[in-house]
Ligand binder design. Structure first.
Ligand SMILES: [Zn+2]
Length: 364
């Protein structure tokens, strides 16, 4: 059974704006369900600390990090109408980055095989120089950057120096980031757009949908040409369509790229009951996606996989999505729970579209 760690801190609940869809109730619902099911007992709680200014500026501009700090010090503010900041936001966001760094460190050094960073605020809409779409700092990008470039060699992880040495010896050359949040991860894409060491693949709803980017023609730039893959799908795509994307695009792209580490931006807002999107995915559909990702990490990455929480705004879909994911990461495929059931409406036909995207990315 693969060893699985999780990373959580109550500070994540203090970044909060009641009435905003990205509020503390999201993570509270997840933790309540995990405790109710006694799911944490079989997981390793991984220690971590807030990222320092030096660590944060390994990826974000000093000016932007200072801006988030100053707004948070002031006690309230916003980066834009969508993205609020309160007195705890800087601490919560710096801890979320710290959790992502520690998750990558723990998996690379073999402390655990897989890890799930249960963090807020989310990150995949955060660019090097600004945040948007409820995101302050780009958590999953920090995990990738740390795995590739060791951006915090001096960090004290409260586990053995030999484990940290293991990481140095096992530094990955190629990292794959799978982003199945229903929104395009525009920040993550921009950060690695010309980096051939990072294959970024985003599967998202497209058309009249924030952030409006993530067209299939966005495929990377310069040396990174071909290591960005966008799969923009129409509203009402469901379990069948997503399964086809995983089988026809994601898995062949992974086998072609041969990553040493798999990172996942896990948002559960493609669920059919999510209030912010229009997809038809069920909890069983998310479970299948997570199963394929675990199989790919076993096949290509010695099982090494780091999952970072992104969006998901139906609290039941979100919390069961996380619970099921953790069980699958542990190799438990028998106890998948879906109290909501399949989408009552038919899903959009996407076979032709997916074949087109596969061909565009040289996968056919
Ligand atoms: Zn989202």
């Amino acid at each position: 059974m693969p060893s699985v760690g999780y990373l959580y801190d109550p500070i994540f609940l203090e970044h909060d704006l009641p009435g905003h869809p990205e509020n503390a109730r999201r993570l509270r619902a997840i933790m309540d369900l995990l405790r109710e099911r006694d799911a944490l007992a079989s997981l390793q709680s991984l220690p971590f600390k807030a990222a320092t200014f030096e660590q944060l500026t390994a990826l974000h501009s000093p000016r932007y990090v200072s801006q988030v700090y100053a707004l948070s010090e002031r006690g309230r503010g916003a980066l834009n109408p969508d993205t609020y900041i309160n007195a705890a936001s800087f601490s919560a966001a710096a801890m979320a980055v710290g959790a992502s760094l520690a998750a990558a460190q723990a998996v690379m050094s073999g402390v655990v095989q897989r890890a799930f960073a249960l963090v807020r605020p989310p990150g995949h809409h955060a660019f090097a120089d600004h945040g948007e779409g409820f995101c302050l700092f780009n958590n999953v990008a920090f995990a990738a950057k740390h795995a590739l470039d060791d951006i915090d060699a001096e960090h004290d992880y409260a586990w053995s120096p030999s484990a940290v040495r293991n990481h140095r010896n096992a530094r990955p050359e190629r990292v794959m980031i799978v982003d199945f949040d229903v929104h395009h991860g525009n920040g993550t894409q921009a950060i690695f757009y010309d980096d051939p060491r990072v294959l970024y693949i985003s599967i998202h709803e497209y058309g009249w949908m924030y952030p409006g980017t993530g067209d299939a023609s966005e495929r990377g730039h310069g040396a990174g040409r071909g290591t960005t893959i966008n799969v923009p799908l129409p509203p009402e795509t469901g379990d069948f369509g997503y399964a086809l994307v995983f089988d026809e695009i994601l898995a062949p792209a992974a086998r072609r790229f041969r990553p040493n580490l798999l990172l996942v931006s896990a948002g559960f807002d493609a669920h059919w009951r999510d209030p912010l999107a229009h997809m038809h995915v069920s909890l069983a559909g998310f479970a299948r996606m997570m199963r394929v990702l675990c199989e790919l990490s076993d096949e290509l990455c010695n099982g090494r996989m780091v999952v970072v929480l992104e969006g998901g705004y139906d609290l039941q879909a979100l919390s069961y999505g996380v619970l099921n994911s953790l069980r699958i990461m542990q190799g438990n495929l028998a106890d998948i729970e879906d109290p909501i059931g399949p989408c009552p409406a038919e899903e959009a036909p996407v076979e032709d579209l997916i074949a087109t995207f596969a061909a565009l990315n040289g996968l056919k």
